[in-house]
Write a protein that binds this ligand. Structure first.
Ligand SMILES: *[C@@H]1O[C@H](CO)[C@@H](O)[C@H](O)[C@H]1NC(C)=O
Ligand SMILES: *[C@@H]1O[C@H](CO)[C@@H](O)[C@H](O)[C@H]1NC(C)=O
Ligand SMILES: *[C@@H]1O[C@H](CO)[C@@H](O)[C@H](O)[C@H]1NC(C)=O
Ligand SMILES: *[C@@H]1O[C@H](CO)[C@@H](O)[C@H](O)[C@H]1NC(C)=O
Length: 436
């Protein structure tokens, strides 16, 4: 009997000890877990973090080969250096550089003279603690501005020339945050007198170069789809939900002091919202593309102060889907329109479709423009920038000159035109030789 009791006592005791041991055994474990999470919160590197990192690295490695593939006989180059999506491109006014910005927190400056080389070097400017959604060169090419995705305002970068490129220095302070809706475009006037920012509500702001707001424009277009400064630096234009494109003049006094923003003229003719517009480099032509299924070319070289309206020069058909971008060559002879990730190139005088590029980027095209010399058309929409030969532009220029030659009566003019036609034809032949 006593022995039996002793056995029970021992087994109860043993059970208790085992239970206790089990509890004790667990406790240090949970302690170490707490410790770890505390360390994590402090941002300390815990050894347990390493295995967790591995899948991430593998994922990154897997992402790389998924670059969108695109080839075309007119593709002159694919500029690849960005590790994130590119959202905006800009050529410097001297034509020497192309700037691109991406959500990889960098701005890249490319040299246009090596577009046709095998290697495409770029200089990198880091956008600290943020990334840029838009980028624009200053007219003298000694600075560029970006719009910050998180900061939601302008940051200025100085470009200092050194032996083999530039060094980039961000200004100590960003502009004040003033917009209440997402930004659709920014610009610096070629006169160096003002900066423009436009958001997708109905606001356009005009700033001086130091970051003071000079004027706020209400476009009254329900929402802004696009806005830009004319290349001459005199006008700001906007389009949106309403069918009219509105153009304002930003007026300065004799001493360069800001005076006012006044209505200049409208482009009236579309029957639905306008997705976008573009200027020729002398600001005398504008091209527009609308939800109504047409594009239009306008002569805007008018005396609007005498109530003269812009002339409609051509209406072409195109069925586009948003997101849609439009680019006009500097000489206004050709026009490119992107719809999702396709591009169509038109002759603006005949309306003929000159080229079609399909599925150029892995995602929607975010920017499209011609270089300053009418030689290339560039586009972006993923991590790559595509550079196309503007053969349509060469052909259009030759066609125009041949027409002029027929009408010319003066011998000097005839000789000059003949020489220009020969030069343009040999430039086109050289491009065709490369692309065949
Ligand atoms: C692009 O081409 C490469 C090499 O031919 C291939 O490995 C890759 O899967 C292709 N990418 C796409 C998205 O088709
Ligand atoms: C780029 O855009 C694609 C498609 O919208 C998206 O899947 C991808 O995550 C983007 N890349 C980055 C780095 O944001
Ligand atoms: C403005 O842009 C944001 C973000 O892309 C979008 O959600 C919003 O609908 C846009 N607003 C208008 C009026 O288009
Ligand atoms: C426009 O570009 C042409 C070349 O196509 C050039 O000759 C002309 O000087 C440029 N005009 C302006 C105002 O930049």
């Amino acid at each position: 009997m006593e022995a039996a009791v002793a056995v029970v006592v021992v087994s109860v005791l043993l059970g208790g000890i085992i239970l206790l041991l089990a509890l004790l055994g667990k406790r240090p474990q949970s302690d170490s877990e707490q410790d770890l999470s505390a360390k994590k919160a402090n941002g300390e590197a815990a050894p347990e973090k390493l295995p967790a990192k591995k899948p991430k690295l593998q994922k990154l490695r897997k992402e790389k080969p998924q670059q969108h593939n695109f080839t075309h006989r007119l593709l002159a180059a694919s500029l690849k250096a960005h590790s994130g999506n590119v959202t905006c491109l800009d050529f410097s006014s001297n034509g020497k550089y192309l700037a691109s910005c991406s959500d990889d927190r960098t701005v890249r400056i490319w040299s246009t003279k090596d577009f046709l080389d095998r290697e495409h070097r770029s200089m990198r400017a880091n956008v600290e603690l943020d990334h840029a959604t838009h980028v624009r060169f200053s007219p003298d090419c000694r600075a560029f501005i970006v719009f910050l995705a998180n900061g939601e305002t302008i940051r200025v970068f100085k470009m200092t020339k050194k032996e083999d490129g530039f060094t980039f220095t961000a200004a100590p302070e960003d502009f004040a945050k003033r917009h209440k809706a997402p930004i659709i475009n920014i610009g610096i006037a070629e006169t160096g007198k003002f900066i423009m920012t436009a958001s997708n509500d109905t606001t356009i702001l005009i700033w001086d170069l130091k970051g003071e707001v000079l004027a706020s424009i209400n476009t009254n277009q329900m929402n802004n789809a696009y806005a830009a400064i004319s290349p001459c630096g005199r006008f700001v234009a906007s389009c949106g939900f309403t069918p009219d494109v509105k153009v304002w003049e930003v007026c300065f006094g004799k001493q360069g002091e800001f005076r006012e923003v006044s209505r200049a003229f409208d482009l009236k003719g579309h029957s639905a919202g306008v997705y976008g517009f573009a200027f020729s480099n002398d600001s005398r032509r504008m091209a527009t593309v609308s939800k109504d299924g047409t594009w239009k070319l306008w002569d805007t070289d008018v005396e609007y102060k005498k109530q003269q309206d812009p002339y409609l020069l051509y209406t072409g058909q195109i069925s586009v889907s948003n997101p849609c971008r439009i680019a006009l060559s500097p000489d206004a002879r050709v026009l490119a329109i992107s719809s999702i990730s396709d591009i169509t190139v038109f002759n603006t005088r005949t309306g003929a479709v000159e080229e079609e590029f399909h599925s150029v980027h892995g995602d929607v095209i975010t920017d499209l423009l011609f270089d300053t010399n009418n030689r290339f058309l560039v586009s972006t929409g993923d991590r790559a920038i595509r550079v196309f030969h503007n053969t349509a532009g060469y052909r259009a220029a030759i066609g125009d000159m041949k027409d002029m030659l027929k009408k010319a009566t003066n011998k000097g003019t005839k000789d000059r035109l003949q020489q220009q036609i020969i030069d343009a034809q040999s430039a086109l032949d050289a491009v065709c030789k490369q692309t065949n």
